[in-house]
Design a binder for this molecule. Structure first.
Ligand SMILES: NC(=O)C1=CN([C@@H]2O[C@H](COP(=O)(O)OP(=O)(O)OC[C@H]3O[C@@H](n4cnc5c(N)ncnc54)[C@H](O)[C@@H]3O)[C@@H](O)[C@H]2O)C=CC1
Ligand SMILES: NCC(=O)COP(=O)(O)O
Length: 327
């Protein structure tokens, strides 16, 4: 049945992600989010017995309790837990298709189910280490930042790694004043626009143990991080740091800031995934459209067993919908 396009809410596109992972089984469970979304993927990959209906356009209505599916046929069936290179191209096409739908105005946001980066690289020569970088490219090679945000802990834990999917030995090379400044600026703006925080407070982690301890355990903090933060404070940014990363994530420390800008992936993601694995949401900041994702990966070890927890996907859909409302 077609809805009145003037009044129908434009739904979120939930991309299928890796079909051999937990994505397909999370899609139906995610109806519990109570926000409008449509699944983009191959219905043949959904668990047997899933109640779904094909729709032609994102806004087409289906009965309550039925998963609406924008059908994107894949090359091969999916065997839970077993990656198939034949399906890599389909996974990439679905992400690109979702971007087209949101950019055309047919959808309000994108929520991505997890992909297996290695599978995409080996199966389709995917040139990006993750959604974040691919979406930035599709949006016109924009500078973006990756934020992971808790939804069930207080004070909240929000983290932004200034370098993202890079090898640890590259971090000191790639973490430059320009890269850190960009992460600070993008995060400050996104907290205002998408999280309703009028005067964001950012805490910046040092790179070295004890934030270098005045130069005895590394010099980046003294040589350029502190001067950069000083310059940005003079512009009006509310910044603390560079702080020792090991002591900035306990609850009293988190109450002093709205988001932590970290030097590298694990410095940022270990605290949030420890504090709120079930409720964590990954958000790409700086895109012209809204994109969220559960914080976890493809979980091949449990795929197909029906035990995957939908909480993070539900939180991601709700966060995207809140952002739609704010914008
Ligand atoms: N946004 C994305 O597309 C993301 C993709 N990945 C990709 O996922 C793949 C696997 O990554 P891993 O490091 O193994 O992390 P993972 O999150 O897939 O799994 C880590 C552990 O958490 C469990 N787990 C994950 N999600 C769960 C859920 N919903 N319910 C219950 N248990 C759950 C898994 O069973 C496993 O024991 C990699 O290829 C990685 O690149 C990882 C994170 C995000
Ligand atoms: N560890 C987080 C992660 O890999 C998410 O990456 P992306 O696919 O959202 O870019």
């Amino acid at each position: 049945m077609k809805e009145d396009p003037m009044t129908a809410p434009r739904p979120i596109i939930l991309t299928c992600g890796e079909p051999a992972g937990v994505g397909p089984e999370l899609a139906f469970k995610a109806l519990a989010a109570g926000v409008p979304f449509v699944y983009l993927g191959d219905p043949a990959h959904l668990p047997e017995g899933t109640t779904w209906a094909a729709v032609e356009a994102p806004g087409d209505a289906v009965a309550e309790g039925v998963l609406p599916v924008l059908v994107h046929p894949f090359a091969a069936p999916a065997v839970p837990g077993q990656l198939d290179p034949a399906n890599a191209a389909g996974v990439i096409e679905v992400i690109a298709g979702a971007v087209e739908l949101v950019q055309s105005g047919a959808a309000s946001a994108i929520c991505t189910l997890p992909i297996n980066k290695e599978a995409l690289k080996r199966g389709a020569g995917f040139a990006f280490p993750g959604h974040t970088e691919f979406l930035a490219h599709l949006a016109g090679d924009l500078p973006v930042a990756m934020m992971l945000a808790s939804t069930t802990v207080e004070p909240p834990c929000r983290v932004v790694p200034a370098t993202i999917h890079v090898a640890l030995d590259q971090v000191p090379v790639l973490l430059t004043p320009a890269v850190l400044e960009e992460a600070i600026r993008i995060t400050d703006q996104a907290l205002r626009r998408d999280f309703g925080i009028a005067a964001p407070r950012l805490a910046v982690a040092g790179l070295n143990p004890h934030a270098g301890e005045n130069g005895v355990m590394g010099r980046q903090e003294l040589e350029w991080m502190a001067p950069l933060l000083e310059r940005l404070r003079a512009e009006g940014f509310q910044l603390s740091g560079p702080l020792p990363a090991d002591t900035m994530f306990h609850a009293p420390a988190r109450s002093r800031y709205d988001a932590a800008i970290c030097a590298y992936h694990d410095q940022a993601l270990i605290p949030i995934k420890t504090l709120d694995f079930a409720g964590g949401v990954n958000v790409t900041l700086g895109l012209p459209f809204i994109r969220t994702s559960p914080d976890h990966g493809t979980a091949l070890d449990i795929a197909g067993k029906g035990i995957a927890d939908p909480a993070s996907t539900i939180a991601a859909l709700r966060m995207a919908w809140d952002m739609v409302g704010r914008r």
